[in-house]
Design a protein around this ligand. Sequence first.
Ligand code: GLY
Length: 350
Amino acid sequence: MKVITVSASKTYDVKIEAGILARAGEEIRRVARGNTAVVVTDSTVGPLYAGQLELSLSAAGFRVRTFVFPAGEQSKNPETYLSLLGFLAKNQVSRSDLLVALGGGVTGDLTGFAAATWLRGTDFVQIPTSLLAMVDSSVGGKTAIDLPEGKNLVGAFYQPSLVLCDPLLLDTLSPACFLDGCGEIVKYGVLGDRALLRRLQKEHTAFDQEEVIARCVEMKRDIVNADEFEGGLRQLLNLGHTLGHAVELRSNYSLPHGCAVSIGLAIMTRAAVKNGLCAQEDGTEILDTLTALGLPAETAFSADELLPLTVMDKKRQGDSITCVVPRGIGRCDRMRFSLPDFEKFIKAEG
Ligand code: GLY
């Protein structure tokens, strides 16, 4: 087992081990203050893994209740959030009880936001079941729901009490969903680990999952420990996300998050090279890694369609926007653009 400890406003472990789901109850018991565990899961993951988790939690002495919602980003909305709160009320969940997110990024974000706000704060545990959630979204305490106007517009920084990553759960992911998680792994490689990028170029998706998940979580841990509330350094984790979120929204979420980040990263890389901000060789290596994996690097949506959608981006301040620009592998900078300059910067890539 690999254990990575995050020391943010809350200190907690990320435990990575094949088969850990079967022992989740005893692991969660160690961090729990109360006796009720509410499992939150979706209609795809629930039938696969909720039963095993419920058994393990019951064996560890928990009263278990399970809330299931329809799978998909479209469910990460105020209606599902309110229906989850109604479920917590109906089951008299107290502040010392806990929520357990069993699923991908949507489940983790929704559950975390419910935990942050229910009774002004209830503990929660993340059990990510997608590669994307294991390498990124389950760690660091970003929780949110979407509005029709944009992704993650309502949320809170709220850290989990424990994260349990079981790579065996990846066996039931579709190849497309597994590949989607690779979009975030490439992001970590570009941010600071050329060897990780080289590994992806060579091994494609056949990498050692425990090792690669742990490497991404270590990098995220270092950033979150230094800047939990995204005052500066943590903004680097938004590499590829400004345009990625726009592509995601424009596609009405038919394009999954990691693929959208891949497109956002590719656009920013080409723009950075064209604008003389990124060395050509590094730009080519980033784009080649995306292509080698089979991740998308282009979009049919035009810059004119995407740019207005970045206006709701959380990285915007008044008439300017702060974006992460890849200057090279292991060298990404936050750069502030006026909105017209950002338009010129992006359009240079085409
Ligand atoms: N997914 C980016 C972050 O957690 O900051």
